[in-house]
Design a protein around this ligand. Sequence first.
Ligand code: FAD
Ligand code: NAG
Ligand code: NAG
Ligand code: NAG
Ligand code: NAG
Ligand code: NAG
Ligand code: NAG
Ligand code: NAG
Ligand code: NAG
Length: 535
Amino acid sequence: MKTRTVVHMPSLVLSSCLVFSLACTVFAHQAPHKFLHCVQSHNSESISQVIYSKNNSSYLSNLLFSIQNIRFISPSMPKPAFIVIPFTESQIQAVVLCSKASGLQVRVRCGGHDYEGLSYSSHVPFVIIDLRNLSSIRIDAKKRVAWVEGGALLGNLSYQIAKRSGNLAYPNGLCPTVGVGGHFSGGGYGTLLRKYGLAADNVLDARIINANGEILDRKSMGEDLFWAIRGGGAASFGVVTAWKIRLVKVPDIVTVFTVNRTLEQNATDLVHRWQYVADKFDRDLFVRILVTRVNSSHHKEKTTVQAAFNSIFLGKIDRLLPLMQESFPELGLVQEDCKEKRWIEAVLYFSDLPDGSTLDDLTNRNPNPKTYYKAKSDFVQVPIPKHGLKGLWKFFDEDEAADAQLIFAPYGGRMSEIPESQIPFPHRAGNIYEIQHLAYWDNERNKQAERYINWLRRLYEYLTPFVSKNPRAAYLNYRDLDLGVNNDGNTSYKQASVWGTQYFKNNFKRLVEVKSKVDPSNFFRNEQSIPILST
Ligand SMILES: Cc1cc2nc3c(=O)[nH]c(=O)nc-3n(C[C@H](O)[C@H](O)[C@H](O)COP(=O)(O)OP(=O)(O)OC[C@H]3O[C@@H](n4cnc5c(N)ncnc54)[C@H](O)[C@@H]3O)c2cc1C
Ligand SMILES: *[C@@H]1O[C@H](CO)[C@@H](O)[C@H](O)[C@H]1NC(C)=O
Ligand SMILES: *[C@@H]1O[C@H](CO)[C@@H](O)[C@H](O)[C@H]1NC(C)=O
Ligand SMILES: *[C@@H]1O[C@H](CO)[C@@H](O)[C@H](O)[C@H]1NC(C)=O
Ligand SMILES: *[C@@H]1O[C@H](CO)[C@@H](O)[C@H](O)[C@H]1NC(C)=O
Ligand SMILES: *[C@@H]1O[C@H](CO)[C@@H](O)[C@H](O)[C@H]1NC(C)=O
Ligand SMILES: *[C@@H]1O[C@H](CO)[C@@H](O)[C@H](O)[C@H]1NC(C)=O
Ligand SMILES: *[C@@H]1O[C@H](CO)[C@@H](O)[C@H](O)[C@H]1NC(C)=O
Ligand SMILES: *[C@@H]1O[C@H](CO)[C@@H](O)[C@H](O)[C@H]1NC(C)=O
């Protein structure tokens, strides 16, 4: 491992110097020593036990530990000067102050699911603060609140809540290894969004370490910054070390079902019809659609498109069936399709963990094999006509679509009641559903990664007339650098508005104002961080 890192060192220096000219060559060599010296003088308490440099044998395994999109693991990936795995807030304070003083950038990592790898890579010399050892979850079931540390993962959160009460839950996303750091601060939604809104809508308080190394809570940070970190992405503002959240109620028994229909089984008509009902259903009902390519059962050697209506109802089968009969009879849901479960079992059902996984596996930080992928997102405000859907299915005839997936997630209900400016996440009333477009490929095909990415870009282009416009909206947690990137430390409001308004609409302006006020030196920055107003 030592040899490996030594070999890659020159590429790190080279890439940073393309950006920064000659001065940084010298700088890049000195910064690590300056940094180490600084943290030791700031925080003698055990700091050397939590800092890994390239000299440490577990540097690489710690770097790779939570990288979810292996598209970013390559020998040329710029690597951090240090990985810090703190277990106290004071260690983070020291790292923030010393990174700043020695000219290193900071990347904060929680679950490591960032779609563009921004939590663990950078083209300038940097330090990773990996929060995985600050991940305790304290639940007060009586008061229906919890304090969740900044490095906790969604699976453990669900698991710990269920241990305390079968009737409490949190309205967060489905994948158990997603981190609360990125997820809550970028919005965060799951099967409860139609009833309770986003994860970020239910945050009550937070602790953040700002660019001056100060620890702030809701009261001391003020309502502007507290607003910004609930949907605007915390990475632009500091290190969130804990969230206080309001738990929500779920019934003893819920019902899940997944009804699959191929094109031969009327999938086009069903998806078309779904667009007219999915956001208007009773808010106890969440029916999303997973679109994939499958082998045709009608014609050997042929493939078809399958729409899986993957659903949960916050109640029992006897109330669900008449409701579906009334709102969406075309799907033909029958009792045999449905399973009644406890809430936490439904969480496992939606978790995408391998078959045979148990509830305990929800707490596993590293369960699934990792994949290569690229994603984009869209919001649909007017139902896509049938000819539009048929054109979309054509993309699934192409080779690149073998493992591709589209996920249609319904909005409406609580989402339509929350004003666009309540938190930075602006995609509320008027949106019927959100689409996530995903291209996947494997190791063997990684040499042709560009083909898959281009497939996705062509599909996105095709959808232009059918989705939201001016701006074409996008979801921050499905980060997409195709929308635009910052020049390091030097991006105008106007340039950044191109992608900023796609994620945040009119809230982008307020985010820039908050950023300019709380981090005027733009210390916390990345390729898509909120820029500061230039003076
Ligand atoms: C398999 C999979 C399933 C998903 N399912 C859903 C879903 O159902 N619903 C949904 O809404 N989203 C979903 N997502 C998207 C997910 O919400 C985002 O990728 C989210 O940002 C990941 O957060 P993280 O902490 O795991 O990622 P990280 O890569 O650790 O962080 C993401 C960003 O947040 C910053 N950050 C992380 N922690 C902190 C912190 N404590 N303080 C400051 N900044 C921080 C990072 O620097 C980075 O910019 C899914 C993603 C994947 C890969
Ligand atoms: C990294 O290695 C140095 C010596 O090379 C050692 O002092 C330090 O404790 C190691 N860090 C960790 C976290 O093991
Ligand atoms: C890593 O080891 C080399 C050689 O032993 C040494 O010169 C360098 O200072 C060390 N770097 C850090 C960050 O400890
Ligand atoms: C996590 O913190 C504990 C102290 O609370 C420490 O003993 C342990 O080694 C840490 N783990 C890692 C991976 O740094
Ligand atoms: C899950 O949360 C519990 C309770 O705070 C904690 O003790 C445990 O370490 C966490 N597990 C993981 C894998 O984060
Ligand atoms: C529906 O299709 C999915 C793949 O999208 C598959 O995992 C699942 O087993 C299928 N369910 C049924 C009931 O056929
Ligand atoms: C397909 O769905 C439409 C309603 O959208 C319905 O009118 C038609 O009868 C269905 N056809 C079949 C074969 O199920
Ligand atoms: C689909 O068919 C191909 C061969 O035509 C086969 O290789 C593949 O495994 C099949 N996929 C599934 C999911 O059955
Ligand atoms: C900032 O951007 C402008 C225009 O994009 C460019 O001319 C200038 O060199 C940049 N400055 C730095 C320090 O990167």
